[in-house]
Design a binder for this molecule. Structure first.
Ligand code: HEM
Length: 404
């Protein structure tokens, strides 16, 4: 690449057109610690090399999370709202305490129940797709992954789970006219969308206080931090964290994986022939999709890296999607290879904030791709895919396929 591509990382079109991969290749080679002044008025550092991203994840004393993981409002998790109240937006020691109380609601026994629930929903969705001769993978099949997880983790029924997925989809799609009216003030819009999610949890909370269930709401309503119960708002923030963390990520990873398999039929056939490849296939799909494109941190004290001074108070973004294509860490990174090993992708992040829902995501994706592998040679795209307008969550909101 001789001339610099567009590199404003706030530009959603870059991601919708998938030109971000060129932009990141250029940044890694020429400006790996990049000061991004966005057309939207934001300014932040962008770390694009694997080693720098991993370094920032691990140095949680230098790079804090209280500004939230998302640029520009961060689902209102700015320092004075969710900071140190919502798991993903907390620093130590608060983060450790919150993790201890949330963990039982996502523990191994819960993962087992999620597996059983997702299996039932997925099998029914695939049966419907076969009977109809096709489906929209994004809306008819992949959403059953988070639906099954929510039913178990939140203790809600199928219809409630889909209602909640609709709400979080609007939050994550807050720059996409398919989900919201994108006119007006973006921060107000986000606050409004968040209030809808809070209302959903508020309706559920009162009856849960009275029972001793092991769903997240019941667990949080009984929890005590330093001897004090969690304020109601903190319960909602953390339920929202789990819902937003899990709803879009696993279903969009499934969709991007399907697109990759349709684009690489030889890899699809290889997976169908070699069931032992399933585990490494899911890792490669996670790397390839890099659905959580970046996370944000705030510099807590001045620090120099490769001659660049990052000042206390600056925003820093850690671009998983770029680290996962770093040619110094992955051989031939633009090759989709289901047998890739080693494959130390950063799709779940790293360090103290590494995804707490990863075991749930893994079981959802293993079930999904085990079933999708069996469709090799029988499934094809039957219409244009539609990409989510976001630079934070990379996803596909419509993916029509026909099955022969
Ligand atoms: C393919 C699916 C998923 C991907 C790619 C993904 C990605 C991530 C990433 C990159 C982080 C780190 C955030 C940071 O460092 O600031 C994270 C954290 C988190 N994820 Fe996931 N996630 C997935 C699925 C899930 C699921 C299924 C759940 C819940 C059921 C979940 C809940 C969370 C929560 C609560 C955190 C905050 C953890 C902490 O701050 O300690 N995620 N996820």
């Amino acid at each position: 690449m001789t001339t610099a591509p567009r590199t404003d990382l706030t530009d959603v079109d870059l991601f919708v057109t998938e030109q971000h991969l060129d932009a990141f290749a250029w940044l890694r080679a020429n400006d790996p610690i990049h000061w991004n002044e966005g057309a939207d008025g934001s300014a932040f550092w962008a770390l694009t090399r694997y080693d720098d991203v991993l370094w920032a994840y691990r140095e949680h004393g230098l790079f804090g999370s209280t500004r939230g993981a998302v640029l520009g409002g961060s689902f209102r998790s700015t320092d004075d709202t969710a900071g140190n109240r919502m798991l993903v937006a907390s620093d130590l020691p608060r983060h450790r305490l919150l993790k201890q109380v949330i963990h039982p609601a996502l523990a191994a026994t819960v993962v087992e129940r999620v597996t059983a629930q997702v299996r039932v929903l997925l099998d029914a969705a695939i049966e419907r797709m076969l009977a109809d001769g096709g489906a929209d993978i994004a809306t008819d099949v992949a959403t059953e992954l988070p639906a099954g997880a929510l039913m178990v983790v939140m203790g809600i029924d199928h219809a409630e789970a889909h209602h909640l997925i609709g709400l979080t989809r609007r939050m994550v799609g807050f720059r996409d006219e398919q989900f919201v009216d994108t006119g007006g003030d973006q921060r107000l819009r986000l606050a409004w969308l968040q209030a809808e999610v809070f209302e959903f949890f508020a309706d559920l909370l009162a009856p849960r206080r009275a029972r001793s269930g092991d769903d997240l709401l019941s667990v949080l309503s009984r929890a005590k931090l330093n001897g004090r119960p969690l304020p109601e708002e903190d319960i909602f923030f953390n339920c929202m964290n789990v819902a937003v963390g899990g709803n879009e990520t696993s279903s969009y990873t499934a969709c991007l994986g399907v697109e990759a398999l349709l684009a690489h039929p030889e890899e699809h056939a290889r997976l169908a022939r070699t069931p032992d490849l399933l585990v490494s296939a899911v890792e490669e799909i996670l790397r390839w999709a890099s659905v959580n494109a970046y996370v944000q941190r705030v510099v807590k004290q001045d620090v120099e890296r490769d001659g660049v001074l990052l000042r206390a108070g600056d925003s820093v973004t850690l671009w998983n999607v770029s680290a996962n294509r770093d040619e110094t860490r992955f051989d031939d990174p633009d090759n989709f290879d289901l047998g890739r090993t080693p494959n130390r992708h950063l799709s779940y992040g790293a360090g103290i904030h590494r995804c707490i829902g990863a075991p749930i995501a893994q079981t959802e994706l293993l079930l999904f791709f085990e079933r999708f592998a069996a469709l090799s040679g029988r499934v094809r795209s039957s219409g244009p895919a539609r990409r989510l307008r976001s630079n934070f969550i990379l996803g596909t909101t419509s993916l029509p396929v026909a099955v022969g």
